[in-house]
Design a protein around this ligand. Structure first.
Ligand SMILES: Nc1nc2c(ncn2[C@@H]2O[C@H](COP(=O)(O)OP(=O)(O)OP(=O)(O)O)[C@@H](O)[C@H]2O)c(=O)[nH]1
Ligand SMILES: [Mg+2]
Length: 401
C-alpha cells in the first residue's frame, strides 16, 4: 500500500475511513520503516561517494607522467563552453513508423503481461483500495520498480479514485505518466564536432552488448559521413578482437588491435594517437567486461582513462554503459558497480526485443536519472534506435499510437 503515502491529503482522509484500522497501522509502520531505510541508505551512499573520491584521488596522484592539463577524475565530461556544431543520431522519419512497430513487437512480452494484468484487475470495477494495491503489485512485477509503481498508482488514485475506469483508460493514463518520467532521460548522444576525435569508451558486464553496440553506433556515424575508428581494447576474452573486427568491416570503420592479453591501456593510447594522425571524427574503445574480477577491471578502466588523457585531457568524452534489458532489476546493481569504476555519461539498453522486463527503464530513470541514448532492438547493424519516451511508454503499455 505504498501509493497511499503519496496521494493528496483530501483523498487520504476519504480513503482512511474505508480501511480497517489495523491495515492503516501497518501502512503507517511500513511508511516509517521506509523513511528510516532511505535515511540509512543516504548515509551509506555519502560514505561510499567519499571513499570513491579518495580512491580516484589516489589514482590521479599516483600518476607519474604529467598530463596535458591536470584535472580531477570527476572533471571528465566537462563540456566546451561553445559547441559550434553538434551532430546527433538523427532518426530517419521514413523509418520511424517501422521502428515503432519493431519496438512494440519487441516489448510485446512486457506489454502483454501488463495488459492481461490490468484487464483482470479492472474489469467492471471501481478504482478502490484493493484494485490500487493489485495494480501496484502488477507494476512491480513488470520490473518498473517499487518507487515508480508507487508513484504511478498514487497518481491514478489522485485522479480517479472511486470512479469506474476501464482497462484501456488505465493503460493510457499510465503510458502518459511513464512518458513524462522518461522524457528527462531520453537524450540522444551528442557529438561535439569541434573535437577530433571524440572518444567514446564503452563499458559493461560480459554479454550486455558492448561490441555489438559499438558496431551499430559506428555504422550510424559512418553512414553520416564521419570517419570512425574502433579499438579492440577487450584484450582479455579470446575471439573478442575477431568479433569486433567483423563489426569494424561492416561499419566501414578503421580498426586497431593488439595481441591477446596485451595491455588494454597501451592499445587505447596507441589508438588515440593513430586516430588523431588520421583525423578521425570518432574513436570507439571496446573494453572487457570481466566483473567477476572487479579490482582488475577497475584498474584496467582507470588506466585506460589515465593514459588517453595524456593525449587529450578531456577524453573520454563519453563513457557509455551497456545494460541488457533481459536481466531486469540486476541492471540496477550493474550501474552501481560501473559508477564506481568510471564516470558513466550515458546508458544504452540492449535486447529490448523480446524482453519481458522493459519496465526496467523506469527503475533506471527513478534511481539514477542517467541519460539513455539509445536502445538495442535486435542483433543486426541497423537494430539500434534512439530512445524516445513517448513511443517507448506506449509500446510498454500496449497502447496504440
Ligand atoms: N536480441 C538482441 N541481441 C543483442 C542485442 N545487442 C547485443 N545482442 C547479442 O548479445 C550477445 C552479446 O553481445 P556482445 O556485443 O558480444 O556483448 P559484449 O558486452 O561485447 O560481451 P563481452 O565481449 O563478452 O563482454 C551477442 O550474441 C549479440 O548479438 C540486442 O539489442 N538484441
Ligand atoms: Mg565484447
Amino acid at each position: 500500500m505504498g501509493w497511499l503515502t503519496r496521494i493528496k491529503d483530501s483523498l487520504l482522509s476519504k480513503i482512511k475511513k474505508k480501511i480497517p484500522k489495523k491495515d492503516l497501522e501497518s501502512v503507517e509502520k511500513t511508511r516509517k520503516e521506509k523513511k528510516e531505510t532511505i535515511i540509512k541508505e543516504e548515509t551509506v551512499q555519502k560514505i561510499e561517494v567519499k571513499e570513491e573520491q579518495n580512491i580516484q584521488k589516489k589514482i590521479v596522484d599516483a600518476e607519474q607522467k604529467p598530463i596535458e592539463k591536470k584535472k580531477g577524475f570527476f572533471g571528465l565530461f566537462k563540456k566546451k563552453e561553445k559547441v559550434e556544431k553538434i551532430s546527433e543520431i538523427v532518426k530517419d522519419p521514413e523509418k520511424k513508423k517501422g521502428w515503432f512497430q519493431k519496438l512494440k513487437t519487441g516489448l510485446f512480452k512486457s506489454s502483454e503481461k501488463i495488459t492481461q494484468g490490468v484487464k483482470k484487475i479492472f474489469v467492471n470495477k471501481k478504482l478502490d483500495v484493493q484494485t490500487l494495491n493489485e495494480l501496484e503489485e502488477l507494476l512491480i512485477m513488470a520490473d518498473l520498480g517499487p518507487i515508480a509503481a508507487e508513484k504511478l498508482t498514487a497518481e491514478l488514485a489522485n485522479e480517479k479514485f472511486d470512479k469506474n475506469i476501464k482497462p484501456e483508460e488505465v493503460k493510457t493514463f499510465l503510458a502518459k505518466k511513464i512518458e513524462t518520467s522518461l522524457e528527462n532521460i531520453a537524450k540522444p548522444l551528442v557529438i561535439d564536432e569541434t573535437i577530433k576525435p571524440i572518444v567514446i569508451l564503452v563499458v559493461g558486464v560480459n554479454g550486455t552488448g558492448k561490441t555489438t553496440t559499438i558496431g551499430k553506433l559506428a555504422h550510424q556515424y559512418s553512414s553520416e559521413g564521419k570517419k570512425t575508428m574502433i579499438a579492440a581494447c577487450d584484450t582479455f576474452r579470446a575471439a573478442a578482437t575477431e568479433q569486433l573486427q567483423i563489426w569494424a568491416e561492416r561499419s566501414n570503420s578503421e580498426f586497431i588491435k593488439g595481441s591477446q592479453g596485451c595491455d588494454a591501456a597501451g592499445l587505447a593510447y596507441e589508438a588515440l594517437e593513430e586516430s588523431k594522425k588520421k583525423n578521425m571524427d570518432i574513436l570507439f574503445i571496446d573494453t572487457a567486461g570481466r566483473v567477476q574480477n572487479k579490482t582488475e577491471l577497475m584498474e584496467e578502466l582507470a588506466k585506460i582513462i589515465r593514459v588517453i588523457r595524456k593525449i587529450d585531457s578531456l577524453s573520454p568524452h563519453h563513457c557509455l554503459l551497456t545494460l541488457d534489458a533481459t536481466t531486469g532489476q540486476n541492471a540496477l546493481s550493474q550501474v552501481e558497480i560501473f559508477k564506481e569504476m568510471a564516470e558513466i555519461s550515458g546508458l544504452i539498453v540492449t535486447k529490448l526485443d523480446g524482453s519481458a522486463k522493459g519496465g526496467i527503464l523506469l527503475s533506471l530513470a527513478e534511481k539514477f536519472g542517467l541519460p539513455v541514448h539509445a536502445i538495442g532492438v535486435g542483433e543486426k547493424i541497423e537494430d539500434l534506435q534512439s530512445f524516445e519516451a513517448q513511443e517507448f511508454a506506449k509500446s510498454l503499455m500496449g497502447v496504440e499510437k
